[in-house]
Ligand binder design. Structure first.
Ligand SMILES: [Zn+2]
Length: 183
């Protein structure tokens, strides 16, 4: 089973969302969590490729093209990692898919349940977001995990201080899906 991990944004080029109180950026958090997820999946017997790049689908030829790399490998599963941001009160975990009632929807549910159960975050559910390039330009079941809100104090503390538990939960969600499919 090949798993492609795409930590969102690009440290140094695109920080993503920023929490100035804590002095942390989304790009750094998802990079660090992505490294750990890749380690746990490799230990579980998956082939893993991780690419964090300012070039999601051909926008910036100076960097690795994320969707093209996943499609041509080809990967069996695509998982993008992000942190949400909104008002300080907004919190919780949600997982985005191209459309509901698909294999990606099942993968999303597996990851969402593991994060919510393990980290105690609020479940905001699985949502269809067909306009996102990493979801509409990938050829395999693809999900975008909004792990928590960097703009919420409790979620942000989790995102910074509990990265190992968070990564293990994401990896378990992925292996739950693989087992469910019987592969
Ligand atoms: Zn993001």
């Amino acid at each position: 089973m090949r798993v492609f991990i795409n930590p969102g944004h690009h440290p140094g080029l695109d920080p993503g969302a920023v929490n100035r109180d804590y002095g942390v950026t989304e790009a750094d958090i998802v990079r660090d969590v992505g490294v750990l997820v890749a380690e746990y999946l490799t230990a579980a017997g998956c082939e893993v490729k991780a690419v964090q790049s300012n070039n999601l689908c051909g926008e910036d030829a100076a960097y690795t093209n994320v969707c093209l790399t996943a499609n041509s490998w080809p990967s069996d599963i695509f998982v993008s990692l992000h942190c949400n941001a909104a008002t300080p009160a907004a919190r919780g975990t949600e997982v985005l898919v191209y459309s509901r009632w698909t294999q990606a929807d099942t993968l999303a549910s597996c990851i969402l349940h593991q994060i919510v159960d393990s980290m105690g975050t609020l479940s905001r559910g699985v949502k269809a977001r067909p306009n996102l390039v990493v979801l509409n330009s990938t050829h395999m079941p693809a999900v975008l995990v909004e792990m928590g809100f960097i703009s919420n104090a409790d979620d942000c503390r989790m995102l910074v201080e509990q990265q190992d538990e968070l990564a293990r939960a994401i990896a378990r969600g992925i292996t739950d899906y693989i087992q469910e499919r019987g592969e």
